[in-house]
Write a protein that binds this ligand. Structure first.
Ligand SMILES: [Zn+2]
Length: 132
């Protein structure tokens, strides 16, 4: 799945639109940050990953299916993805970033997506002000 990283998928476009509607100017794909985040809001110190539910194993989500053939292969693949996500998030948080994960299934309704992103970013900003 590495090949689609960096491409502008529909969920990523929807997140970009929501961010712009909220007055943010998202930067794309920072090569030099761990995990090459999909969006970076440098001033708010917020990083946003747009994760596909299937590949990144959104817990309890109906899109998090498991193929019935080659189950060993898939299990290893999924575990590696989840472990990498965890490592990347930890590395970013250690260096002072707020990390938000937006699941693909949450991008389907633009209005809901915008409210979700808005509330999660403002929570980051509150935490940021408190820690100063
Ligand atoms: Zn999902």
């Amino acid at each position: 799945m590495a090949a689609i990283r960096g491409s502008n998928t529909a969920p990523e476009r929807r997140v970009a639109a929501a961010l712009r509607n909220l007055g943010h100017r998202p930067r794309r794909n920072h090569e030099n940050l761990p995990g090459r985040p999909d969006f970076v809001l440098p001033r708010a110190k917020v990083i946003i990953f747009v994760h596909g539910c299937f590949w990144h194993r959104h817990r309890g989500c109906k899109f998090t299916t498991t193929p019935t053939t080659r189950s060993r292969f898939w299990k290893a693949k999924f575990e590696a993805n989840v472990a990498r996500d965890r490592r990347v998030t930890a590395a970013l948080r250690r260096t002072g970033w707020h990390v938000l994960t937006v699941w693909e299934c949450a991008t389907r309704d633009p209005g809901r997506l915008q409210r979700l992103i808005s509330s999660r970013i403002s929570r980051c900003l509150v935490r940021r002000r408190k820690s100063r």
